[in-house]
Every structure is written in structure tokens, then in C-alpha cells.
Design a protein around this ligand. Sequence first.
Ligand code: ATP
Length: 545
Amino acid sequence: MPKSMEQIVALCKRRGFIFQNSDIYGGQQGFWDYGPLGTELKRNVRNAWYNTMITQHDELFVPEGAPSAFQMVGIETSIIMNPKVWKASGHYDLFHDFMVDCKSCKSRFRVDHITTRVVLDAATNAPVACETYMKDVENDTGLSKAQQKRLDKATKEYGKPTIEETMPLDSYMKLAGDQQSPPVAQCPDCRGELTDPREFNLMFKTIVGALAGEESTAFLRPETAQGMFVNFKNVVDSSRVKLPFGIAQIGKSFRNEITPRNFIFRSREFEQMEMEFFCRPEESFQWYKYWRDRRFKWYSDLGINPDNLILRDHTEDELSHYSVGTADVEYSYPFMEEGEYGELEGIAHRGDFDLRSHMEGKLVREGNELVVEKDEHGQPRHRGSGKDLTYFDDQTRERFVPHVIEPAAGADRATLAFICEAYTEDEQPDDKGSMQKRTVMKFHPLLAPIKAAVFPLIKKDGMLEKGADLYRQLKRAGIASTYAHQGAIGRRYRQQDEIGTPYCITVDGDTLEDGTVTIRDRDSLQQERVHVDKVVETIRCKLDE
Ligand code: ATP
């Protein structure tokens, strides 16, 4: 693991993984470009996801922990959808964050939690002082000096330690009533005064057609999931899927994030890998548990140390109004405090919320029920499609609305986690045996942008030709490879280590005599001699291990 994000950002730029978007014009905040190696890496992340979810999925087999065998299909839907989709789904009214601005330095922060510190009277347990500040996972406005002083004074006087409580900001605003905003906190950048929190819808607006107006306003999708819900009926009617089954897609999503921060962790344009799993309501909790555990394992199977990962169940007040259970897979990114984790993927039990919303209209919670929200005339606030999205089970002759389990992952956040996890610094002997610092990206071979590098040791005696021939064999076999004949061999190895190439193949004097080459392993530095005719097969076996 790297010590800091600066090391990661610097390596990504130096070696062509990720660049600031529109770099030569000073960039555009919240947007990033993938360079030659980053493109390969992210493609490998996407392929690893799509292969396990769809291509390699075996619908005849019951996986461990699953209630039954199941089917999986892929889909690819448009970024711009009919605006009615976002009205029925609730995004139009509810997809917002809270933001505060600093009145002095004009910095802007996204805040989603409010923390209250209360000092109690040691004798009576009654609260005697209370201070509040706002935070989200990446920003923390913290207590001001004056607030801290007041708490310290009360603690001294009344002798009981402080208790702390954190609550989502929207629950707090609801409790406090819309008129009352939380007490003013201080700017973490300059300690200036902050404005009251304001809601900010995260969907990017655009115009479809030549005329601007309410009628032609559309939105860039903030998630890919709705593409699966609105095509549920099309998929059921056109393919041979039977419950339980999943519809998955990978695609771009857009959110006008208030504070895009921490490199590609929070950007305004990003890529999601989402799957909607439709099942019978009575089996839904078993499926929820299955997907929760399976998705966690995906990250550790691809090289993330489980010590750096957690599977965190949402608390009651974190749950969305429609969700009966949500768990996040979280990773300890280098920009987080010790013991804190950032979301990689959310796995949500969404009940029948989505299909019902697209049938009936925007739903709100009333007690334990989800009901269609009404306007002041008693009409649905946002109508659904009116289409029948129920499922008919021809075995049991029942008709019902399936329940949905949704594992929603971010391709960029996963790529960032794989980069952070791979980053390693060690010391290795150079050609002359003296120890040298080395930066090595220990990517899982499946994810490494380049799998093999071919090095002719010197330019003479036909080594160049033998090397070029081997390089071409690897390329023809579909193994991403590179070829380099210049520079000291140690230097060539280190260049490949820094981009995470797992195998370096050297053509040397012995090759000309007995036809063998060396294959050097990036992590163990072990070298083995393999006949040139067996190299493709050997590398392929190593990649499949
Ligand atoms: P956060 O709480 O961090 O804003 P979220 O809970 O809103 O994330 P979801 O709506 O569950 O995220 O989206 C599913 C996944 O999409 C996330 O787990 C994350 O990997 C990815 N994702 C969401 N927003 C962003 C973003 N702004 N930049 C990069 N990836 C994102």
C-alpha cells in the first residue's frame, strides 16, 4: 500500500494510467482521462466483472450459498432516457446532496451527517452543553475552537465525559423542521463561517432537440440501474429467462458532485457495473445474503487483502426509504483516516420498489407501506408507465411483482482500489548485487495491463529477431505483450515492475544454443528457463492459475 495519494497520482501520470481531463487547458474538475495503461487496466476490471457475472456464469450449477441455479443476461441501455423515468424513480425529487459554502474563502463542501457532542452532568445525567458539526466521509467541518472551549469548560465543571451522536443530515433536517437549519459550523480550510446547508440535485441537465424549454429538458443518467428496470418486460418477453435471473450492464453515469475529490474516487463522470437480480419475494433475503458475500469475495479473489476490506451493513437510519437491507463493500483508501473505509460497491435489497414505481408512479413510505405520492389535487405526483411489470410463474400459476437485489459497483473506484493495493515499494539487488529501491505494482495477473515483456539481451547474434518472433507469437495468442531491446536489462525489468507486468522473458546467449529463454516472475524474482516453443503455453497457464 502506498503512503499517500500523491504517490499514486504521480505514478498514474508518469506511467500513463490516468491523466487530468483537458490537462493542457488546466483541467476540468471531476473529470479524468485514462491513458494507454489505465485503459487496459480498467478494461481488465470491466472484463473480470462481466466474465464472472455473465460470460462464465453457469446456469445449470447451484453455487455455494445460493438457494438455486439462476440465469444471467447482459444489456446495454442509453445514457439519456425519457425524463418520466427519473420522475417515477424518485431521482427527480430526491437525488440530492446537501452543500455548504464558506462565506470567507468560498470553498464548497458536501455534508451528509451531523455530529452532536453533548456533555452530561455527572450527578443528574442531564445535558449541560451541546455542540454540533457537519461532515461526510471525505469532509469534516470539525468543531470550532470556540465550540471545543465551551465543551471543555462544561466537562470540567460538571465532570462527566462527552457523548457523541451522528445522524444523517436529511433525518436531522426532517426532525428539526425545514425552517431550522443545523447550528453554524466552521470551514475546515480557513475556519470561516459556513452557510446553512442547501439541497442540490446531482443530475446533469441537458436539452434534447433544437428548442430549449421544460418539455425538452432531459438528464444524463446518474445510475445505470433504471435501464434494467424499464427493460424488465422486454427481457422477459424476448429471452428465455425465468425467475430467478439477473440483468447486468456496464456503462457511464454522471453526477454533478458538489465536491469531486480524491482522484477518481468521486468524479462527475464515472462508470458503473450494476446488476439487478429478480427473484421471488420469499427467497429474497437468501439471495441478498448470497450476493453480499459473493461480491465481497470478488475483490479479495482479485488480489485485495481482506484486511483492507470490510463488508458494512447499513444502520437503520442510513437505509433508503425503499430498502430493507443494504451492505457496502468498503476499502481503506490511502486518503482515509486510519480505521475509516470508503465505498467500493453497495449491495441493496430493494424489495419491489423499482418495478412498482415504474408501474404505479413515484412511491413514498407511509408507515410500513410504500404508496403512490399524491399532489394537492389527490393525483399521483409523478405517474408510472401504467404498463404491467408483474411476472407470471407458469409452474405455480402465480402472478406477482419480483423482488430485486442490486449489487452496484463502480469501475473507477474498483480500479483505484486495485491500483492502491498493487502499489509496493521494496529493495532488490541490481545486476551488480547492490540493493536498489524498487516500485512495483503487484497487480493480479488477470488485471495487469501488460502480461509479458520480451527482452533480447543484446542486439547481436540474431537475438533481436528471436525476441521479435516470440513477441509476435504472444500477441497472436491474445496475450497483451510488449517488446524492448534498449537499455540495461535491470533497468528494463524495473520499468516493467513499475507498471505491474508479471512476466519478463529474456532472450540471451543460451537461447541461441539450446532454444530456451528465461521467464522472470515480478513478485518472487525467480527465473526459470523454458523452451521458446513452450513460452506461450507457459504464460497462458500462469495467467489461468
Ligand atoms: P457515495 O455515498 O460515495 O456517494 P453512493 O452510495 O451514492 O456513493 P451508489 O449510488 O450506490 O453510490 O452507486 C454505486 C457505485 O457507483 C458506488 O459504490 C461507487 O463505486 C460508484 N460511484 C458512485 N458515485 C460515484 C462517483 N461520483 N465517482 C465514482 N464512482 C462513483
